[in-house]
Design a protein around this ligand. Structure first.
Ligand SMILES: Cc1cc2nc3c(=O)[nH]c(=O)nc-3n(C[C@H](O)[C@H](O)[C@H](O)COP(=O)(O)OP(=O)(O)OC[C@H]3O[C@@H](n4cnc5c(N)ncnc54)[C@H](O)[C@@H]3O)c2cc1C
Length: 391
């Protein structure tokens, strides 16, 4: 069996490596002319993402580039600690990775394993076993895997009525900093602050750290539209928005040079993508289940889906493999998308909802049992187990 993977982001290279381990030859076609070197902010790889990578002997890829995240400390705008949560102690900790380094590391690992990548190949059409790219070239395979992200062309080609991404009411910003002298070390913990007007996350370590902000904004903005405003202007607005919050937000923003600011535009998700496969085409990663960054799970779920699809194709005929893959994955990913959407409403809360949130949050955090988060993280994949259809 031969497979074509559309998209060389996260899900794409992982799928190609997992398919190779399943004995299926896969080639990756990426629209951009290179990997995402130097582009984007931070991502978390959750324990479930790490164990999924281990299933294809690629756990070291993120271990090498990641900073452990021992937990997440939730704070109110007053600096008051509302609670803390993290991965269960028996699982490996979350890792904080920089998006560009993750893309590069996955690409390098896949190339090392002999996977072929073709860059500058933007998918435009699928006709049976044949795919066509914008440059007029074509390729043929038995299976076509759409790993082309939240604005997936593959998704639209197999279902022209597929829903468009939904705006969460928040714009995303972030920066990676080296100048951290005099700031308190957060000891491998990410601090998450429900500020008076916006949400702020930061982690400060020895010589390296970073922050991100989610700014409520009524109208959606693409990354390109947001960048037109100008980075210096966004830094000014963010410093203004966080000025009353008793956390180091303003100080971290002040230390950020305009060219260090990453402007990602509106946070988006799709609650449910109705069609995951049609004929010989199947979707994985954000193409199938785009969750907003607030889940901290988008990359990990993309890795899980890539690995699970390869197991299904290894053990079942194509149509049954696609059906079983969807059966294994849909409930889990949609539950996480829903949870992240709830977090987004908390982050984008208006003045009245914000007061209620700040009053209720400490109690809710106290009552939350670790098991209410653990199901996301504790999700082992037994690579060797045979995938069988339900009886
Ligand atoms: C600001 C921000 C912060 C985030 N934070 C986190 C986090 O902390 N933790 C987390 O787990 N996730 C996070 N995410 C989500 C995470 O980035 C995605 O879930 C993840 O990248 C999905 O991987 P993917 O491979 O499916 O898609 P992508 O990484 O988007 O890759 C898709 C690839 O397909 C290519 N492509 C697109 N169209 C075509 C085409 N027509 N032909 C060929 N190639 C094409 C693209 O160029 C791209 O390289 C965040 C996302 C954003 C935007």
């Amino acid at each position: 069996m031969k497979a074509i993977v559309i998209g060389g982001g996260i899900a794409g290279p992982v799928a190609a490596m997992a398919l190779q381990k399943s004995g299926i030859d896969a080639r990756v076609f990426e629209a951009y002319s290179g990997t995402a070197d130097g582009v984007g902010g931070a991502l978390s790889i959750a324990p479930n993402g790490r164990t999924a990578l281990q299933a294809i002997d690629a756990g070291h890829v993120v271990e090498r580039i990641g900073t452990p995240m021992a937990g997440m400390v939730m704070q109110s705008w007053t600096g008051k600690r509302l609670g803390e949560f993290g991965s269960p102690p028996e699982l490996p900790p979350m890792l904080l990775v920089w998006r560009a380094e993750l893309y590069r590391a996955l690409y390098d690992e896949a190339v090392k394993r002999g996977i072929a990548f073709e860059h500058g190949k933007k998918l435009t059409h699928i006709d049976g076993d044949n795919v066509r790219f914008e440059d007029g070239t074509t390729a043929t395979a038995d299976v076509i895997i759409g790993a082309d992200g939240i604005r997936s062309t593959t998704r639209r080609l197999i279902d022209p009525a597929a829903p468009e991404p939904r705006y969460a009411g928040l714009l995303g910003f972030g920066a990676r900093l080296a100048d951290l002298d005099g700031l308190d070390d957060t000891r491998d913990k990410m601090h998450m602050v429900f500020g008076k007007q916006a949400f702020f996350g930061y982690q400060v370590g020895k010589g390296e750290g970073g922050w991100f902000a989610n700014l409520p904004h009524r109208t959606p903005m693409s990354a390109a539209q947001a960048r037109e405003v100008g980075n210096a202007e966004w830094l000014r607005r963010l410093a203004e928005v966080f000025r009353e919050d008793r956390v180091p937000a303003v100080e971290l923003i002040r230390r950020t040079e305009p060219d260090e600011l990453v402007v990602t535009g509106g946070l988006e998700d799709i609650p449910s993508v109705p069609t995951w496969h049609r004929g010989n085409v199947v979707l994985i990663g954000d193409a199938a289940h785009p969750t907003s960054p607030s889940s901290g799970q988008g990359a990990s779920l993309a890795i899980e889906s890539a690995v699970q699809l390869a197991r299904c194709l290894r053990d079942l005929p194509r149509e049954q493999a696609f059906q079983q893959y969807e059966r294994i994955r849909r409930h889990r990913v949609e539950r996480i998308i829903k949870m992240a959407a709830r977090t987004n409403s908390d982050k984008a809360a208006g003045p009245v909802a914000r007061v209620l949130r700040d009053l209720l949050m400490p109690t809710l955090m106290r009552l939350a049992r670790p098991s209410s988060f653990a199901w996301q993280f504790d999700h082992p994949i037994d690579w060797d187990a045979r995938v069988a259809l339900p009886t």
